[in-house]
Design a protein around this ligand. Structure first.
Ligand SMILES: Nc1ncnc2c1ncn2[C@@H]1O[C@H](COP(=O)(O)OP(=O)(O)OP(=O)(O)O)[C@@H](O)[C@H]1O
Ligand SMILES: [Mg+2]
Length: 239
């Protein structure tokens, strides 16, 4: 579906990604782990076309993403960030319907109808006219997730979707992500929630210093690390 080949990304003197290759196939649920600054966000941002690789290529269904219309491509590959990125001056309904209407992906009526359905599915219909400031962190993040779904993406990227949430709200977001996975969504998630990763991931990738160091099932990565670097990282996050 999407293939990353030998991608390198430099910011001035920082080598954020160093020769990274990765294939995302339909139905994959990939969890990326690794220490702060190892390039996880940069990799997702390159896959989503927000950043352009310094070298290497990213091909989506046979076409280099640089040649694709950015808006159309981002419709296919949705991204959810750590800090929700909802528009604070717009209501929940407006947040959900803005992009699909603007991109002419849905008519106004279709967008409202889809927004209502998705809100209903996460039991937040009553919040439809609220501003983000009146929602809890967990509610905001679930709205941010269904906002991506409004565009019917084929791949969803999540960058630490629960890391800014209070513990009691983490589960409701993870549950929604599991539900999406069960519905067959292809997902790439940066997350250090190990229990979640163990039950969710079809593949876990460990990155360090801009490189993919190990890749395997969650059992291989969490219980049988091959490298000292991964072992050290696991020791730290298990504390
Ligand atoms: N826009 C930018 N300009 C300059 N340097 C950047 C930029 N974005 C990222 N970097 C650098 O690239 C490296 C990788 O950053 P990245 O955000 O991808 O790491 P990360 O693995 O997501 O870290 P974290 O776990 O803290 O989110 C870091 O050294 C970072 O400082
Ligand atoms: Mg990051």
């Amino acid at each position: 579906m999407l293939k990353v080949t030998k991608v390198t990304k430099k910011f001035d003197t920082t080598l954020a990604l160093d020769n990274v290759s990765l294939e995302i196939n339909k139905g994959d649920r990939i969890v990326i782990i690794g220490p702060s600054g190892c390039g996880k966000s940069t990799l997702l941002r390159c896959i989503n076309g927000i950043e352009t690789p310094t070298s290497g290529k990213i091909v989506y269904k046979g076409t280099n993403i640089e040649k694709l219309d950015k808006n159309k491509f981002r419709q296919k590959v949705g991204m959810v960030f750590q800090n929700y990125n909802l528009f604070n001056h717009l209501t929940v309904k407006e947040n959900l319907t803005l992009a699909p209407i603007k991109l002419k992906f849905l008519t106004i009526e279709e967008a409202f109808s889809k927004a209502t359905k998705l809100l209903n599915a996460i039991k937040l219909t009553s919040k439809i006219n609220e501003l983000p400031q009146n929602l809890s962190g967990g509610e905001k993040q679930r709205i941010a997730i269904i906002r991506s779904l409004m565009l019917s993406p084929e791949i969803m990227l999540f960058d630490e979707p629960t890391s800014s949430l209070d513990p009691e709200m983490i589960n409701e977001v993870l549950e929604l992500m599991k539900k999406l996975a069960n519905e067959g969504m292809t997902m790439v998630v940066v997350s250090h929630e190990m229990t979640f990763a163990e039950s969710f991931a079809t593949r876990v990738i460990f990155m360090d210093e801009g490189k993919i160091i190990e890749e395997g099932t969650s059992n291989q990565i969490f219980n049988q690390p091959k490298t000292e670097r991964l072992q050290k990282f696991l020791d730290k996050i298990k504390l």
